[in-house]
Design a protein around this ligand. Structure first.
Ligand SMILES: [Zn+2]
Length: 641
């Protein structure tokens, strides 16, 4: 029996209520029209793929049927391939020429009917998340041509529109005008032919505009001045004044609309996903989940999802530098050290304490990064590819960097350094023992990855400090035990003046200011922009206080303890606000600006729109909260007077 290919399709409806800024897509007599067969109102997404090498060359089919590499251009259908899944093998169908990739690097019109067929191929995942297109001679070994090796697979979402009688919109080949025609039928399934699939490119600023590109690589335009009043694919985007006629409004029930996200939502049976650690793997560690002065929290176990932490500890991102010998994980891969009762001493801290500090500091940094890297993967649908501003090497963590009332991230040194300082009675405080301080410095390094020009003064530098403190907050509030403890201790009152969540650096703050746990800085504050000092740490309180206000109000909005526990609500709200802040950072301008606070607050509104589409809920009330507090805090003038 000839195996039947699968054509998985994405269940997304795209609505096109308007053809451009002011013209309805619903077309009445006398205006533009598709044809008499009714207009399509919604489309479905189908996926094609491009195979690209490290020099951005894509596998293409030439007019003469040969297979070559050409500079990647996702609007060129000769570079786009449908992957037909035949169970244990595949066939790659070219969009432009309607032919299969033959293993002898020639076009082949025939569908494969067995795995030895000229059109039958295998997709092999290599180590570096690249793929090779191969074939087999003996069912044991896979071979592939040189140009088909080590390719990155990119999903290209394409849209087909059907009318009520099931016909697909297609381009009339000569004029580029639109019509309806039958699709391609396989058994009981009908799929669009290549020429019935359109490239749908969302506008990059997350707005509701997109452009549509046809098989002939031209844009769909609707030209009201055209005497025929017809829509056509005739525009090559050489004259920007015609741009309004190719911008389409659309609506979609998921977000983001980018190819990356679609790729992440698509079933890709040919491709093994990034490995999820199996249950029972990962690394357990012991850390101070606040700092030694916060006795209700103390030392707790923390589960890191990472399976690649080696003796040191060291992993692909981080290494530790201390007087302790490398610390090996136990037989279960865990680092469960005890912190003995002997008093701390400095500069020659005991080996037991040093080893504990090394594991605690490394683990806190690792956890912070896991959280934020996970956010990027959630937003993009792929593990992020990041450039390390400190160079292509591990960030070094120094838990005991010497004596100073300080801790810092240094891009130039490629390091996170934590010092000790002495109380009045001479006993040392090690800053690395504060989860707040460690997460804060880790936050600086992470923000330096996302926005390398933001190490600055003024509001941009102030935001760097605020982000560090917000990292501490979000790290704490992401841990279910800490979130639950917080809800229990404060009876779900985020404004409780003595709460450990808004206080940053309690032990250090108490030593400096004798303020009994209020912290070095407190996010639960009422500092407004016109009163803020320009020094970055002082200034940061305006933004961190603003975002803490947002957390308080959004939590109050979302609270409904009768149907969902407060701890769960707090965890969920915090996750959404953390991701919104990441979106706002990424869409903000790269340069250091005087009014970065307000820019970020404005971009938070965009971020909520993004998340609301993604989560399928209306977050417009959250936007109101942001507006209200941005105004009340005087974000736009903070530190400028
Ligand atoms: Zn800082």
């Amino acid at each position: 029996m000839v195996p039947k290919p699968l054509y998985p399709e994405v269940k997304i409806n795209w609505k096109l209520p308007a053809v451009n800024v002011d013209r309805p897509f619903n077309i009445s007599p006398g205006t533009a029209s598709f044809s008499s067969e009714a207009e399509p109102s919604s489309g479905k997404v189908y996926r094609y793929f491009a195979f690209i090498d490290s020099s951005k060359l894509a596998i293409s089919m030439e007019k003469d049927g040969s297979i070559k590499k050409n500079l990647y251009n996702f609007t060129d259908p000769s570079q786009l391939w449908r992957i037909d899944n035949y169970g244990n093998f595949y066939a790659l169908y070219n969009k432009k020429y309607g032919a299969y990739l033959g293993k002898s690097l020639k076009a082949n019109k025939e569908k494969p009917d067995n795995n030895w067929h000229e059109s039958a191929v295998y997709l092999v995942e290599n180590d570096e998340h690249t793929y090779s297109i191969g074939y087999t001679r003996d069912n044991k070994q896979l071979d592939s041509a040189d140009i088909l090796r080590n390719l990155t697979l990119v999903t290209i979402p394409l849209v087909a529109w059907r009318n009520p009688s099931g016909k697909f919109v297609s381009i009339e080949s000569n004029q580029g005008s639109l019509n309806f025609s039958d699709g391609e039928t396989h058994g009981s399934t009908t799929i669009p032919k290549p020429e019935q699939l359109f490239l749908f490119v969302p506008h990059p600023d997350f707005s509701t505009k997109s452009v549509i590109i046809g098989q002939n690589e031209k844009f769909l335009e609707f030209n009201p001045s055209d005497s025929n009043k017809s829509s056509s694919f005739g525009f090559e985007l050489k004259t920007p004044e015609r741009l309004p006629f190719i911008l389409f409004d659309y609506d979609q029930n998921i977000y983001p609309r980018g190819a990356n996200f679609l790729a992440s939502r698509l079933q890709q049976p040919s491709i093994s996903k990034a490995a999820v650690p199996p249950p029972g793997k990962g690394t357990r560690v012991r850390v101070w989940k606040s700092d030694p002065s916060v006795k209700t929290i103390g030392i707790r176990e923390l589960f890191l999802i990472n399976t690649d932490i080696k003796s040191g500890p060291v992993d692909p991102w981080f290494e530790t530098v201390s007087t302790a010998k490398p610390i090996a994980p136990d037989a279960n891969g865990d680092f469960l050290l005890d912190f003995d009762n002997t008093p701390s001493q400095a500069p020659n801290e005991s080996d037991n304490h040093t080893r504990f500090d090394v594991v605690h500091t490394f683990s806190t940094v690792r956890y912070t990064y896991d959280l934020l890297l996970g956010d990027l993967e959630y937003l993009d649908g792929n593990p992020p590819q990041l450039t390390r501003p400190w160079g292509n090497k591990r960030l070094q963590i120094f838990p005991h960097a010497g004596e100073d009332a300080n801790a810092y991230y240094s891009r130039e040194e490629g390091a996170l350094k934590f010092f000790f300082t002495k109380r009045k009675d001479g006993t040392p405080i090690f800053l690395c023992r504060s989860l707040d301080v460690v997460a804060h410095e880790a936050g600086h390094s992470f923000l330096d990855i996302l926005q390398p020009q933001w190490r600055s003064d003024g509001q941009t530098g102030g935001f760097h400090e605020a982000f560090g403190d917000l990292c501490s907050l979000f790290v704490l509030i992401s841990m279910a035990d800490i979130a639950d403890l917080f809800v229990t201790l404060t009876k779900a009152n985020l404004r409780d003046p003595n709460n450990f969540l808004s206080a940053v650096g309690e032990e250090f703050g108490d030593a400096l200011f004798n303020n009994k746990g209020k912290g070095l800085r407190n996010l639960s504050n009422d500092l407004i922009g016109s009163k803020a000092q320009p020094e970055v740490h002082a200034l940061s309180l305006v933004f961190s206080g603003f975002y803490y206000d947002v957390l308080v109000d959004v939590f109050a909005l979302e609270r409904n303890p009768a149907i969902k526990g407060d701890t769960d609500t707090l965890l969920d709200v915090a996750t959404a606000l953390r991701r919104a802040l990441i979106i706002a950072i990424r869409v903000s301008s790269e340069s250091s600006t005087k009014t970065k606070f307000q820019e970020l607050a404005t971009n938070l509104e965009t971020a909520f729109e993004t998340l609301s589409r993604r989560l399928g809920v209306n977050l417009s009330s959250w936007t109101e909260v942001v507006r209200k507090h941005a105004k009340a805090r005087e974000l736009s003038i903070a530190g400028l007077s």
